[in-house]
Ligand binder design. Sequence first.
Ligand SMILES: NC(=O)c1ccc[n+]([C@@H]2O[C@H](COP(=O)([O-])OP(=O)(O)OC[C@H]3O[C@@H](n4cnc5c(N)ncnc54)[C@H](O)[C@@H]3O)[C@@H](O)[C@H]2O)c1
Ligand SMILES: O[C@H]1[C@H](O)[C@@H](O)[C@H](O)[C@@H](O)[C@H]1O
Length: 338
Amino acid sequence: MENLNIALIGCGMIGREHIERIQNRIRGAKIVAVCDVFEEGAKKGAEIAGAGTKIYTDFNEAINDPDVNAVVVTTPGQFHKGPVLAAIKAGKPVFSEKPLANTAADGKEIVEAEMAGGKHLVQVGFMRRYDRGYRQVKELIDSGKFGAPMVIKCTHRADGVADDYTTAMAVTDTAIHEIDVLPWLVNDEWDEVQCIMPKTNSKVKNALKDPQIMIMKTKGGIINMLEVNVNCGFGYDINCEVVCENGVVNLPCPSFPTVRYANEVSTKIEDNWILRFIDSYDVEIQDWVDHALKGETGGSSAWDGYVASITADALVKSQTSGVPEKVVTGGTPDFYKK
Ligand SMILES: NC(=O)c1ccc[n+]([C@@H]2O[C@H](COP(=O)([O-])OP(=O)(O)OC[C@H]3O[C@@H](n4cnc5c(N)ncnc54)[C@H](O)[C@@H]3O)[C@@H](O)[C@H]2O)c1
Ligand SMILES: O[C@H]1[C@H](O)[C@@H](O)[C@H](O)[C@@H](O)[C@H]1O
């Protein structure tokens, strides 16, 4: 394969970002077809992609178009399974935005289909594995200089969320990033996870519980404390601090100039994920394209996506049980061992 001719399924917020990215900044790939259940949405996507882009409202038709040899899935999480399975069936490489699926049951179907086909075709969009800051933290931890990691403290804060954002989405849509990136960062696996609910922010006007505190223990005994807080009202604030035996590795928000003005010292905080991780998405999609052209996958595999969904299921269970819940994966199949 010399070039990826991509059908992108789901022309919403990140779908349109990825269309623009692939057409203008990614080598070896172009969007040849776009699909959205709403024709208007697909048309908007096609406008960004440029003249000649085919428009579909049925993902099966888009994926099975003979001019298409690769697929990007940017529908909401609960609708990833259909197009991902269709791409596997067609034998075409597929990049699925995170999460691979909203439930472990859906993730299992994808993993089983990929194994049955005997070819690695699925990459999951956990872009933090491509973020310069997270990569530097991993290098520092892997150097061994600071000793073994013992505690991780994270915040995943957002200015606000849409009205249809639910309590479970704090796990399946938001904490899912930490669920994937932290075990990768410290070379470990989740063992048990717990979600506890502090008092809810009075700005929340529906049934959403926000903030939430997630306490997650790895098999190696590392404890992570994660604050998910999606109505913080002051910006997109992602922090990660790893406490090791001989030192602390801290990844704060990327720095902006510090301003001294009117008796105050201040530093800007990024508005949203688009800007905070913009470089990571570029690196991630280019890496997917480079791998797919060689018949390979990079980044997070379908198995990683499935394990993240198993962990998310356990955390969602703990949202109601209030107690720690076990993360049971049954072990990595040989097909996915690196
Ligand atoms: N990696 C990241 O940081 C990041 C950032 C934002 C979103 N995401 C992920 O990307 C996905 C999309 O998020 P979004 O914010 O762009 O959502 P969105 O709601 O803005 O867009 C989704 C689009 O998919 C379309 N759609 C739904 N079902 C479809 C189907 N069966 N076939 C074709 N089109 C369909 C909708 O009409 C909509 O236009 C989610 O999984 C989300 O978690 C990831
Ligand atoms: O879909 C978005 C995206 O994945 C962001 O990176 C995350 O911070 C948000 O919580 C989520 O809603």
